[in-house]
Design a protein around this ligand. Structure first.
Ligand SMILES: NC(=O)c1ccc[n+]([C@@H]2O[C@H](COP(=O)([O-])OP(=O)(O)OC[C@H]3O[C@@H](n4cnc5c(N)ncnc54)[C@H](O)[C@@H]3O)[C@@H](O)[C@H]2O)c1
Length: 277
């Protein structure tokens, strides 16, 4: 069992699913977020409200941790200043503070939007070059490169989870991109449990028949997703808009982020149900 895990973004949607399974893996789970934690704390968990961009605060929270599970930050495209604050400076603070504290590994919520402008008809893999579709995706590229730098120069391990779409299946893109909450938990558990990872990238996607990504290069992590979005295909396709191969939103890995302007929300175009947004 680990001594201490720090979970950032703990008051957020995905963080909320991770608190219990992570608390079970360590003597002390320190959950943190800029927002207040509305849900009751669980056994072994404490909460610190803090801004990722505040280095001194992050360094204090991370001191003594074995691992940081970094899910905090904006999950959507925003004006550059917002992305800079939470997703770029915030990530730098996490990596530098983790290095200073002698943390073993960071498990990071990266995103498909780091490679969002590759066409979906080409299966991309863990070696596919960065091709961001937004400032948001660009910040994920920065964090992945920083993770590589801190592994190469400082020996700080990192597992970058390029999550596709961890939300209810409400559109035809999600038939390929869906990551169920159970598979998210399994993925994060594997990223924490695997004895040695070095620097690793893996796509966060369920075992969908229509998955557009190839995770075979990261099989050593033992991530074997069980859920499959095909169960929703009939209903979703019956109500889907007319297929249009000239529409980048339908053709690119990043979906609607392909055509949203820099600084404007891509998530707003996804048509997620209220409990997922
Ligand atoms: N949901 C998905 O499908 C998906 C897909 C790809 C990647 N991701 C990544 O997963 C992570 C979690 O996403 P989510 O859907 O749970 O989003 P969310 O918005 O529900 O959670 C993110 C949390 O980060 C916190 N946060 C924002 N700015 C902060 C700051 N400056 N300091 C401290 N905390 C701050 C927010 O208060 C929020 O609670 C994000 O990094 C996102 O980019 C999510």
């Amino acid at each position: 069992m680990l001594k201490k895990i720090v979970l950032t973004g703990a008051a957020g949607r995905l963080g909320g699913y991770l608190r219990k399974p992570l608390a079970a893996k360590c003597a002390a789970l320190i959950s943190t977020d800029i927002a207040r934690m509305e849900d009751p704390l669980i056994k072994g968990e404490s909460f610190v409200q803090a801004d990722l961009a505040d280095y001194a605060k992050m360094a204090e929270i991370i001191k003594g941790a074995d691992m940081v599970v970094h899910f905090g930050g904006h999950p959507d495209e925003k004006p550059f200043e917002d992305i800079l604050h939470a997703n770029i400076i915030g990530c730098y603070n996490i990596w530098q503070a983790a290095h200073e504290a002698g943390v073993r590994r960071i498990v990071y919520a990266s995103s498909i939007h780091a490679v969002g402008l590759h066409p979906k008809t080409t299966a991309i893999n863990i070696h596919t070059p960065h091709r961001p579709d937004s400032y948001y995706g660009l910040a994920k590229c920065f964090a992945e490169d920083m993770a590589k730098l801190y592994w190469d120069k400082k020996g700080l391990e990192a597992v970058c989870l390029r999550i596709l779409s961890c939300a209810n299946v409400t559109n035809s893109r999600a038939l390929g991109s869906w990551l169920s909450y159970d598979d998210l938990i399994h993925l994060v558990e594997r990223a924490v449990d695997t004895p040695t990872t070095g620097f690793a990238v893996i796509y966060g996607v369920s075992n969908n028949d229509r998955s557009p990504v190839d995770n075979s290069g990261a099989s050593f992590l033992g991530y074997r997703p069980r859920d499959n979005a095909e169960q929703f295909a009939e209903d979703i396709l019956a109500n889907a808009p007319a297929p249009d191969p000239r529409d980048p939103d339908q053709m690119m890995h990043g979906g609607p982020f392909a055509t949203t302007d820099l600084g404007e929300s891509g998530v707003a175009k996804l048509g997620l149900s209220p409990d997922d947004n």
